[in-house]
Design a protein around this ligand. Structure first.
Ligand SMILES: [Zn+2]
Length: 652
């Protein structure tokens, strides 16, 4: 398609227009079968835990690949935020036995437990700013079927394809306490952590940061000693044990002279190597690409890595992603989280789109830059999935783990909205926003409001309207466009509806691709109201409206038709006397036709596909719609004079 010239009407000043094609990938597969309701600790318990600030954990655990049984100790060092802290509160699943809890002087501390929370009586109250140092010895079998986004907090299973039996953790969002004593607070990042795992010498153990040593531990065991000095959220600490081979490569981002270690633990099977090697290698290219786009890989002084575990999808454990299989989009998604999720973490689970929307969008960007041929299909897939999501991107109910990790709303609509923002801002401003967000909230957490502030600061405009419409409220625009060319003028009437939230309309410039004197030409029209009329004087003949939003930037549905009757802005189609009912309808749609006129009935679905079209005669008062599936449709009624109306119809 050639773009000969561009007319900008009634617009925001438009930034440089990047030609990002859309590629989207559906790679992130989450298991939503557990749409369970789950709370973190109670507000009261969380308040008790906010009385201290964790700065160090030392997990020293025994784990085998044959079961989820776990034993060992976790030392926590924290600073009191309370004037006087006499009780140290933490979370640990009730079925795990606490053997003892030692204070800093190795003395036994008294504790009691209520459900999944433990209360430790400190020997003497700790004043504000002073150190709490507690070591918890525990053992037991973590619960099966916990509240993690994928599976349980701690799982054991064999890979159906490769046969490897693996024990692995997956704590997001509320399952860290199912395998280790902790404080599940997103906003209290741990400054540094040691994760030591003692296991059979036939196993490797994977975790965060750098593998500092493998120490013989007697009785056929050895101890993997991992250490990280980067701030880390509780749910990003992970332990995985199994029989692996190791593949190592390096990324060489241009921002530093050193290279970055990439450590892959793949199942010790030739087939696993054959299946994964291409994507293990491409990980380096993706690290370099994302470093260019969003700033240097945040954990470059340690490493990046992959460890395989038999679940579907991946989990962005900081510096060591766990994944079920290797695939370009999945590798890109979890790597993207190292910036969006790990380096800058959503401050609450309500803001999870800042993690998952971006990670999903970066799958597309990776494809756009590295495999551009498939990019358009990728974003189209993301948008198609997003349109099936009912609700807002913002998560109002964080007790519903299935909702937090809704692939349609959190992942794909989140990514689709970021794509619209990218369109509005243009490449340079968009990447500036992303880099500023990374820099401003580095090693910290951010809310949706924080992100809006970055957008407003960089653009020096107020984009709150955009986030209200696209993130906090529901739905997406459906554009019904009629156009006509007569007497040297182009007439356009656009009616915007939102099937999910009638009060929420979307005010953005929409690109229309018209054929003007044989040339394809983009015209941007700002739509702020439910119905907009445009009248454009042209000295060229308009022969067709080829498409609306031809490059697929906007999450929307569209329907367009040429209307010879549209010859002035005063035209009024609201006087069509026919009424349809009931709505919602079930099998039968009825009509009230007081003026006994003939009319045409057209029904199309949310995707804009024509489902039914009938000429109705005067005597028709009922119409059988039992062939249509339940769902939301649009019904267009047109009388012989061209009066027309479009109404939403719900079929149940
Ligand atoms: Zn993700």
């Amino acid at each position: 398609m050639k773009k000969i010239f561009i007319i900008i009407l009634n617009l925001l000043v438009f930034q440089s227009f990047s030609q990002v094609l859309n590629v989207c990938s559906q790679a992130k597969i989450k298991n939503y079968s557990q749409a369970l309701k789950k709370n973190n600790a109670s507000n009261f318990q969380m308040e008790q835990m906010e009385k201290y600030d964790v700065f160090f954990h030392h997990l020293d655990l025994k784990v085998e690949r044959t079961s989820t049984y776990i034993s060992g100790s976790v030392r926590t060092m924290a600073i009191s935020r309370a004037l006087l802290l006499d009780t140290f509160v933490f979370q640990l699943y009730r079925s795990l036995n606490i053997d003892s809890i030692l204070g800093s002087g190795q003395q036994n501390l008294t504790f009691y437990r209520i459900d999944d929370v433990a209360y430790v009586i400190l020997n003497q109250p700790i004043t504000k700013g002073n150190l709490i140092d507690v070591k918890i010895y525990y053992h037991g079998t973590p619960p099966d079927g916990g509240s993690a986004a994928i599976g349980s907090g701690f799982s054991n299973k064999s890979s159906p394809k490769y046969g490897n039996q693996i024990t692995w953790s997956l704590s997001q969002p509320y399952s860290a306490y199912e395998w280790w004593p902790c404080k599940q607070s997103l906003q209290d990042k741990i400054d540094s952590a040691y994760i030591y795992i003692t296991t059979d010498t036939s196993n490797k153990a994977a975790s965060n940061g750098l593998l500092k040593a493998i120490i013989p531990a007697g009785n056929g065991k050895h101890r993997y000693e991992w250490k990280t000095n980067y701030l880390i959220d509780y749910y990003l600490i992970a332990a995985t044990v199994g029989q692996y081979n190791e593949y190592i490569n390096y990324a060489k981002p241009k921002q530093i002279s050193d290279s970055i270690l990439i450590q892959h633990y793949y199942y010790n099977k030739t087939q696993a190597y054959t299946d994964g090697i291409k994507d293990m290698k491409v990980t380096a290219t993706q690290i370099e690409l994302f470093s260019d786009l969003f700033g240097l890989y945040p954990f470059y002084k340690e490493k990046y890595g992959h460890v395989m575990a038999p679940f579907s999808g991946g989990m962005e454990h900081q510096t060591m992603t766990s994944l079920g299989y290797f695939n370009f989009e999945l590798v890109g998604h979890e790597l993207a989280h190292q910036w969006f999720g790990d380096h800058v973490t959503c401050a609450t689970w309500k803001d999870i789109w800042l993690n998952e929307g971006f990670a999903t969008y970066l799958e597309y960007l990776a494809e756009y830059y590295l495999f551009p041929a498939s990019a358009a299909a990728t974003i189209a897939n993301i948008q198609t999935s997003a349109k099936g999501g009912i609700g807002s991107v913002y998560v109002y109910d964080t007790t519903d783990v299935g909702r937090i990790f809704s692939s349609r709303l959190t992942y794909n609509k989140g990514a689709s909205v970021i794509h619209v923002l990218h369109y509005l801002l243009g490449d340079s401003m968009f990447y500036n926003v992303c880099k500023t967000y990374q820099a401003r909230f580095a090693k910290s957490t951010a809310t949706t409001e924080d992100f809006i502030k970055v957008v407003n600061d960089i653009t020096v405009k107020d984009y709150r309207f955009f986030f209200n419409q696209w993130i906090y409220n529901r739905g997406f625009p459906f554009y019904n466009v009629r156009w006509n060319y007569a007497n040297g003028k182009l007439y356009i009437k656009t009616t915007q509806t939102n099937a999910q939230d009638t009060g929420n309309l979307f005010s953005i410039p929409v690109p229309y691709e018209f054929t003007l004197s044989g040339k394809d030409t983009i015209i941007y029209l700002q739509q702020n109201k439910a119905t907009e009329y445009y009248e454009i004087a042209l000295n060229q003949t308009v022969t067709g409206l080829k498409s609306i939003d031809p490059d697929n930037w906007i999450l929307c549905e569209k329907y367009m038709s040429k209307d010879p009757l549209l010859v002035g802005l005063k035209e009024d189609t609201e006087h069509l006397s026919i009424k349809m009912f009931p709505n919602p309808a079930h099998h039968i749609l009825k009509f009230f036709n007081p003026n006994q006129i003939k009319f045409k009935l057209v029904i199309f679905n949310l995707q804009g596909e024509l489902c039914l079209s009938r000429d109705m005669n005067i005597a028709t008062t009922e119409f059988d719609i039992s062939l249509l599936k339940t769902g939301i449709y649009f019904v267009e009624l047109t009388d012989e004079s061209g009066n027309r109306k479009i109404e939403k119809l719900v079929i149940d």
